[in-house]
Ligand binder design. Structure first.
Ligand code: HEM
Length: 187
C-alpha cells in the first residue's frame, strides 16, 4: 500500500482514481492536460498518431483515394492541378506528376502528425504550407473542403470512434490556424 506522502513527489497532482497515478508515470505527465500551443492533450496526440499509422503504411494508395474523393466531392479543386487537365480519374495513378504530388501531400501530413509533440515545429511547417499555397491562390474554403473529405473518409473507411475523430478535428484545426495566417497575409 502507498501512503499519501509517497504520492506527493515532484509536485504532481496525483489523482486517486483508477489509472491516475500510473497514467502520469506512463505518459510522462498529465495525459489530459492541453498543450498551450496545439490545444491537444497527450492522449489525443496518441489517438491521432495511432490511427494515422495504418493510413501512412500505404501512402500512395491512400493519398490517391483521398484526392479522388476530394475532386469528386468538390470538383472545383481539380482545376488547381495543371497536370490533371483532361485526365480522367482512372488515369490518375499512371500520372507521375500526380503521384509526386500525392507523395508530397502525404509526407507533409505525416510530418504534421509525427511531430505533434513539438507543436512549435509543426506550426512552422504549416506556415510554409500556407505560404506555398497562397502563391497558388488557394483559399481557406479549399482547405475546409479537404478537411471535410478527410473526416468523411476516416468515418467510412477506418470507422474511427468519436473520441479519435474529435482529436483529429482538433489536430487539423491547429494545422489550419497556422496555414491560414500565412495564406491570408500578403508576405
Ligand atoms: C493540410 C492540407 C495540405 C497539405 C499538407 C498540402 C501539402 C502540399 C505540399 C507539401 C505540396 C508540395 C510542396 C509545396 O508546394 O508546398 C503541395 C502542392 C500543392 N497543393 Fe497542397 N496541401 C494541402 C492542401 C491543399 C489544398 C486544400 C489544395 C487545393 C486545391 C492544394 C493544392 C495544391 C496544389 C495545386 C499543389 C501543386 C501541385 C503540383 O503542381 O505538383 N493543397 N501541397
Amino acid at each position: 500500500m502507498f501512503r499519501k506522502s509517497v504520492y506527493s513527489v515532484s509536485n504532481l497532482k496525483i489523482k486517486h482514481t483508477m489509472g491516475g497515478w500510473f497514467s502520469y508515470v506512463w505518459w510522462g505527465g498529465d495525459p489530459d492536460a492541453c498543450d498551450p500551443i496545439s490545444g491537444l492533450t497527450k492522449r489525443e496526440i496518441h489517438a491521432v498518431q495511432k490511427s494515422w499509422a495504418p493510413v501512412y503504411a500505404n501512402p500512395v494508395a491512400n493519398g490517391t483515394e483521398l484526392l479522388k474523393r476530394f475532386f469528386r466531392a468538390y470538383p472545383n479543386n481539380k482545376t488547381y492541378f495543371k497536370m490533371l487537365t483532361n485526365i480522367s480519374e482512372e488515369q490518375f495513378s499512371e500520372n507521375i506528376q500526380f503521384k509526386a504530388h500525392v507523395v508530397n501531400l502525404m509526407s507533409s501530413l505525416n510530418l504534421a502528425v509525427k511531430n505533434l509533440d513539438q507543436p512549435e515545429v509543426v506550426a512552422a511547417l504549416m506556415v510554409k504550407i500556407g505560404d506555398s499555397h497562397a502563391k497558388r491562390h488557394i483559399k481557406e474554403q479549399n482547405f475546409h473542403e479537404l478537411k471535410d473529405v478527410i473526416v468523411k473518409m476516416y468515418i467510412e473507411v477506418l470507422k474511427l470512434d468519436a473520441t479519435t475523430l474529435a482529436a483529429w478535428g482538433k489536430a487539423v484545426d491547429f494545422w489550419y490556424k497556422h496555414i491560414f495566417v500565412a495564406l491570408n497575409s500578403s508576405r
